[in-house]
Write a protein that binds this ligand. Structure first.
Ligand SMILES: Cc1cc2nc3c(=O)[nH]c(=O)nc-3n(C[C@H](O)[C@H](O)[C@H](O)COP(=O)(O)OP(=O)(O)OC[C@H]3O[C@@H](n4cnc5c(N)ncnc54)[C@H](O)[C@@H]3O)c2cc1C
Length: 249
């Protein structure tokens, strides 16, 4: 089996999952990320867990620099900000997505280029939007939450918003996220990125296994299970009510 050398550009969940899969398949893998992988999405603590597992398993990490692609005829190369060139047989871009809103240009529905909805999914009383394209109001500010459970919850809220108007229940979305890379399986409930170290920490069956919780500044909680088997409703309870309700596994 051929095992091409790989450069992955982008240290979000997708970039890390792709890099992990390629490494597991026996490829030599370099990941380039402008910030430490997963910091923006999850915060420094959880990023550190994944980065430690990744480097232990042989990932070459180039962090703190932006990359661009150059091709002078001999094939594409990844070029770093300082001019360093990285060659690879396979280059994977995982630098994020942009919502397709260009078809709405000139309709007056966009605010600053965004499709903003209220807590009932309404752009205006007779138009709703849901999913990755929509910027939704949440406790931590207005923004897109490009996750499929968010899309489902938004769609339900938007349908009711269209039918019932202000009588529809407002969306009170609590993020649920999972990813698996470099032997670390993460499930998290609550807003991320989380700041600092967790206030609650319960070790699991082995060194890489733990259940943790942060009390966020806005009074909400975020709970994360790392290589720790726990049903999502229990993880949700831990996020919402804290460790006083001890979780039994
Ligand atoms: C590689 C990848 C991996 C992911 N992994 C996860 C994961 O593990 N967990 C998770 O929660 N989320 C994950 N996501 C995010 C998840 O897929 C999205 O949050 C979810 O699909 C959003 O649903 P949506 O209906 O809003 O948008 P989409 O699923 O993107 O559907 C939008 C549809 O609209 C179509 N469209 C766009 N513009 C127009 C137009 N002008 N006219 C007609 N049709 C149009 C598109 O072609 C598309 O079919 C992943 C995304 C990607 C790309």
């Amino acid at each position: 089996m051929r095992r091409p050398s790989v450069v992955v550009v982008g240290g979000g969940a997708l970039g890390m999952e792709v890099a992990s899969g390629c490494l597991q398949a026996g490829c030599s893998v370099t990941l380039v990320s402008d910030a430490p992988p997963l910091t923006r999405q999850l915060g420094g603590f959880l990023s550190g867990v994944f980065v430690a597992a990744a480097t232990r398993r042989g990932l070459r990490l180039v962090s703190g620099t932006r990359a661009r692609i150059a091709d002078s005829g001999s094939g594409p190369r990844v070029v770093l900000a300082d001019g360093t060139e990285l060659e690879a047989e396979l280059i994977v871009s995982a630098i994020g997505d942009e919502p397709n809103v260009s078809w709405l240009a000139g309709t007056g529905l966009l605010v600053g280029g965004e499709l903003r909805v209220d807590s009932r999914g309404r752009v205006r009383p007779d138009i709703v939007a849901a999913g990755d394209v929509a910027s939704i109001p949440a406790r931590q500010g207005t923004g897109r939450v490009p996750l499929w459970i968010s899309a489902i919850e938004q769609a339900k809220a938007a349908a009711l918003g269209l039918l019932l108007g202000d009588r529809a229940p407002a969306l009170d979305f609590q993020p649920y996220f999972w990813t698996e890379a470099f032997g670390v399986s993460l499930k998290s409930v609550g807003f991320t990125p989380v700041e600092g170290i967790p206030g609650y920490w319960e070790p699991g069956a082995d060194e890489e296994s733990m259940l943790v919780r942060w009390e966020n500044r806005d009074g909400t909680g975020t709970a994360a299970a790392l290589n720790y088997r726990i049903p999502v409703p229990k993880l949700r309870r831990l996020a919402n009510t804290g460790p006083a309700v001890q979780v039994a596994v």
